[in-house]
Design a binder for this molecule. Sequence first.
Ligand code: IPE
Ligand code: IPE
Ligand code: MG
Ligand code: MG
Ligand code: MG
Length: 293
Amino acid sequence: MTSEARIQHWRAQIEQHLSTTALAPQPGIPQTLQAAMHYAVTGGGKRIRPLLVYASGYLLNAEEDNLLIAALAVELIHTYSLIHDDLPAMDNDDLRRGRATTHIAFDEASAILAGDALHSRAFELLTTHISAPTLALACIQTLSTAAGAGGMCGGQILDMHATGKHQSVNALEQMHQLKTGALIRAAVRLGALCGQADTATLEQLDRFANALGLAFQIRDDILDIESSTAELGKTTGKDSAFHKSTFPSVLGLLPAKTRLQQLAQILQNELVSFGPRAEPLNYLAQLAILRNH
Ligand code: IPE
Ligand code: IPE
Ligand code: MG
Ligand code: MG
Ligand code: MG
């Protein structure tokens, strides 16, 4: 099977279970909250993070049942981060994944609460569906650390505070590594944990994921300039209009592209020693860097 076909298969699994297992209606959930959660989660999206869970687990022959649950959990956290990122108090965006953002389609309170509930649901899934308690605990530790103040949330506040100000390249890298890199690293680590990776493998994959997380956000920053709203499914040109601190704004567009190429090389080098089972992971990394949306 080609890497592309394998990824298609995983993506189909992820899509199917995002609207069933991940958001299974439970007694007592108010219908409007369930609807807002469902709207945000099932409205498209590249599913890069859950696919990374699968690809990293595949490398180590992990059980697919556990990979699925870890994949769903990380996508729920990511979707919650997008709902909140789009709120008027943050980036104030009205378009996401080609349609109205959750606070526009519903209302602000519903969007905030849908985000909160998706966050909780991610951990509920890990506690109830992962096959062994020690693995569940390791997954919860990884995901909660990545999503929290020392990870995604920390990066998001650095982003808000950097807006309109000059930042050094080092500070910018640190911000990107937290706001976007932390969840991408967590995705790769979750797959590796499901595959019972040893410490050396966890460290090697973490170096790969660290470069990937940074590269992913640099690509996002470049697409905000070079892509179109129709292709991206979110409003382009907003970073410069709102004086966001980005790689192109701090370094310039060409140096940002050069940095991305350097990271692409690092990514390939880190995977060489894993041999052919790393092909889907390598394929996904290149997709994340070369993507047009
Ligand atoms: C967008 O992430 C936000 C960033 C962290 C750059 P994605 O580009 O993965 O968004 P979706 O999930 O495909 O919509
Ligand atoms: C978002 O970064 C990062 C998180 C949601 C954690 P951006 O603000 O650049 O993402 P987009 O461009 O709105 O998707
Ligand atoms: Mg933002
Ligand atoms: Mg944004
Ligand atoms: Mg962006």
